[in-house]
Write a protein that binds this ligand. Structure first.
Ligand code: ADP
Length: 248
């Protein structure tokens, strides 16, 4: 998680994703070229159906694009087979999902270390202690997800995503299932991880308040990037979304 100013952690070039074929085909991404800076917190915003999830899934190697290129660090994803993509996801990416996606039969601690355990990688005990302390889940580590609140489950998922020092953390509507207070804690933690640990974070959200925690908001409409806002605020993002709605 070295912060090299100006370096690009993740890049997409002329990315196209078409679902289906012929007249029923949907062009979910229509030539997206964008870079996400290392050690920065970027929000991907846009109306429902604009292609946010599709872009994130392609960037994270969870789905394959129809054409175009994606690189994570110096690794080009395009053209990799399933096994190689799995290795990239395991070694370079941390995920935070709206629905937490913890394994119910494992304790919080086991969930946090599972990706590293599966990869045969040793968890850095200092970083684990640090994350657990900052997230305030030290007394919850022996509990299963069903014994934790939504906010606590998402904090476990954040520790799981960050403990391997991934090249990038992708967060998909990370506050979508949380009350506003837990949501604010999760967003504050993501922002701190960027500004204190140099983590790179890319977050999909439809919430202008969530995007205001980011350093940059990239705006999608109909599968294209239509705006790019530095230091977004709730007001500037809301304005941009309203302009988009007015232009349609
Ligand atoms: P967002 O995340 O911004 O709501 P999506 O990326 O989910 O947008 O969707 C972009 C477009 O692609 C939408 O028109 C959606 O209906 C379509 N789409 C998404 N996933 C699929 C799929 N699996 N099959 C067909 N169309 C899809």
């Amino acid at each position: 998680m070295q912060d090299t100013p100006g370096a690009t952690a993740v890049a997409a070039t002329e990315l196209v994703k078409v679902y289906g074929t012929g007249t029923t085909g949907v062009r979910a991404l229509d030539g997206v070229t964008v870079g996400f800076g290392q050690g920065r917190f970027t929000a991907i915003m846009g109306p429902s159906g604009s292609g946010k999830s599709t872009l994130m899934h392609c960037l994270a190697g969870l789905d394959t694009a129809t054409s175009g290129r994606i690189t994570i660090g110096d690794t080009e994803l395009t053209g990799l087979g399933d096994r190689a993509l799995t290795a990239v996801r395991r070694d370079k990416i941390g995920f935070v999902f709206q629905a937490f996606n913890l394994l119910p039969q494992l304790t919080a601690r086991q969930n946090i270390t599972l990706p590293s355990d599966l990869a045969g990688r040793r968890v850095d005990p200092g970083l684990l202690d640090h994350l657990v302390g900052v997230l305030g889940i030290g007394d919850r580590l022996g509990h299963r997800p069903s014994e934790l609140s939504g906010g606590q489950q998402q904090r476990v998922a954040l520790a799981r995503a960050l403990v391997s020092r991934p090249a990038v953390v992708f967060a998909d509507e990370p506050t979508g299932n949380l009350d506003s207070r837990s949501g604010a804690e999760v967003l504050g933690f993501l922002s701190d991880s960027v500004h204190r640990l140099g983590q790179t974070v890319v977050m999909v959200t439809h919430d202008p308040g969530a995007a205001a925690y980011a350093d940059r908001a990239v705006m999608l409409a109909d599968g294209r990037i239509v705006d790019d806002i530095e230091n977004p605020t709730r007001a500037s993002v809301t304005d941009a979304l309203q302009n988009l709605a007015g232009a349609r």
